[in-house]
Design a binder for this molecule. Structure first.
Ligand SMILES: NC(=O)c1ccc[n+]([C@@H]2O[C@H](COP(=O)([O-])OP(=O)(O)OC[C@H]3O[C@@H](n4cnc5c(N)ncnc54)[C@H](O)[C@@H]3O)[C@@H](O)[C@H]2O)c1
Length: 427
């Protein structure tokens, strides 16, 4: 018999990502009910308890304490940071919870295999938040491939252009700037989505070899403009003109990336511009973009050889004028070409009729007001269907199915460290 009760879930790690998924409980209470929280920050814990009417008895300081308590929900939404996904997930899977787990689900191969094995041994469903698989744009590409529209795939090329302000906020000054601190490389933190999409779209075959090149070319002291200070609004004469001035990026655009840049002010009900300027004098977001303690690459190219003979290439370029993802797939019968942000996709088929060269079909798959092209809440709905025992969609990011993408990322980074030496993929 079909289960028609809402899935009961606990938020583990009450940051902005968990709350994005948990918001479905407010939109569709018949699908999801938030019944507990595990979050070390007392302010966040209280805010979440109040927002979802969670009793004190179901509020925990950590995932470990929650795992020790008797089970009181079906599932967990795990939105902790990258490097603690596995240590927080394993005890909760053993305690019997299914899990929606943020990407990357692990930060190295040993951890990734441990988590996949634990999920299997415990018989738990774990879905990774590869939200882009759910965006109508990428779903359409998958549908076209499954319908044979381009024939056998010969080549898949994807590009991610990370805008200069996104690059500055996340990977030069922000949480993913230094892999020794956050334990994620640039490719893992930013492009595990793109590599996952490549593996998902190429599911008819398997990756066999990976190589990669990349470096941090721009965001280093020898590229700092002449006379640059160390902190934009403290000692830099270029504060009004530098492309990466924290004043220009954050005070002139105080709402952009606010959940990262003004994180430290979230205890204030309405922080003023003066509060923000004061914070930039001491926070990592106010450091000169060329003199930060970042160590991640600003561009990287990954090449994949597949068992079928097909090849895949993904290029990540950080510091672009605007954020953009593009894709071009060439098959034996035609091609797919598109730009994600524009929601524009063109299928070009080789036309067998006399005189015609090719036939183009254009799809408009724009989605307004969603950071992942419509993917966030559709992924949550699919996870809930999975927990209810229903057949998940073709986008389903089951952890076993998310392993290949993670392994390719780890191997690409290893290859890059070895000057591009190809690395064999052992799934
Ligand atoms: N799917 C996507 O497209 C996407 C986009 C952005 C970020 N992410 C990923 O989402 C994750 C969360 O990012 P965020 O910016 O929301 O992070 P965040 O730092 O805002 O939230 C993480 C929360 O986990 C809490 N926490 C720490 N230790 C804990 C423990 N032992 N038990 C329970 N909670 C604990 C922290 O106090 C914090 O509130 C990251 O892995 C990030 O890479 C995914």
């Amino acid at each position: 018999m079909m289960n028609t009760q809402p899935v009961k879930a606990i938020i583990v790690g009450g940051g902005h990502r968990s709350l994005t998924y948990a918001a479905l409980a407010e939109q569709s209470p018949e699908l999801l009910q938030i019944v507990g929280v595990a979050e070390p920050d007392p302010g966040r814990r209280q805010m979440i308890a109040e927002r979802f009417s969670i009793p004190e008895a179901h509020c925990y300081e950590t995932a470990a304490l929650l795992a020790e308590a008797p089970k009181f929900a079906d599932a967990v939404i795990n939105g902790t940071m990258d490097h603690i996904h596995v240590e927080t997930a394993v005890p909760l899977l053993r305690a019997g919870y299914d899990m929606l787990l943020e990407k990357p689900f692990a930060v190295n191969e040993a951890q990734a295999r441990l988590l996949v094995k634990t999920a299997k041994d415990c018989g738990r469903r774990v879905m990774t938040c590869f939200v882009l698989r759910y965006a109508p744009f990428y779903r359409k590409i998958k549908e076209l491939i499954l319908n044979g529209a381009v024939g056998e795939i010969l080549s898949i090329q994807t590009n991610e252009y990370v805008s200069y302000h996104h690059m500055s906020t996340s990977h030069v000054r922000g949480k993913w700037r230094n892999s020794e601190q956050c334990h994620s490389s640039m490719l893992l933190a930013k492009c595990c989505h793109d590599v996952d999409l490549m593996m998902w779209l190429m599911a008819e075959t398997q990756p066999v070899l990976v190589s990669s090149f990349g470096c941090n070319q721009q965001f280093r002291p020898d590229h700092a403009p002449r006379n640059a200070g160390t902190r934009c609004i403290v000692d830099c004469p270029l504060v009004d003109t530098c492309l990466y001035s924290a004043k220009r990026l954050y005070l002139d655009h105080p709402d952009r990336w606010s959940w990262y840049v003004w994180d430290a002010l979230e205890h204030l009900p309405n922080p003023t511009l003066e509060d923000k300027a004061e914070l930039l004098k001491t926070s990592p977001y106010g450091v000169c973009a060329y003199k930060s303690d970042n160590n991640v690459v600003d561009h990287q190219t990954v090449s994949v050889s597949f068992a079928s003979g097909a090849t895949g290439v993904h290029c990540m370029i950080g510091g672009a004028s605007a954020g953009k993802r593009t894709i071009h797939i060439t098959g034996t019968k035609g091609e797919i070409d598109g730009e994600f942000e524009a929601g524009r996709l063109t299928l070009s088929e080789i036309d067998p009729s006399p005189g015609c060269e090719h036939r183009d079909t254009v799809f408009d798959l724009r989605v307004e007001n969603d950071t992942h092209g419509g993917g966030d809440l559709d992924l949550t709905r699919d996870f809930l269907a999975c927990v209810r025992g229903e057949t998940p969609s073709v986008s389903c990011t089951d952890i076993q199915d998310s392993l290949a993408g993670h392994l390719v990322v780890f191997l690409a980074d290893r290859s890059m460290e070895c000057g591009g030496v190809p690395q064999p993929v052992i799934l």
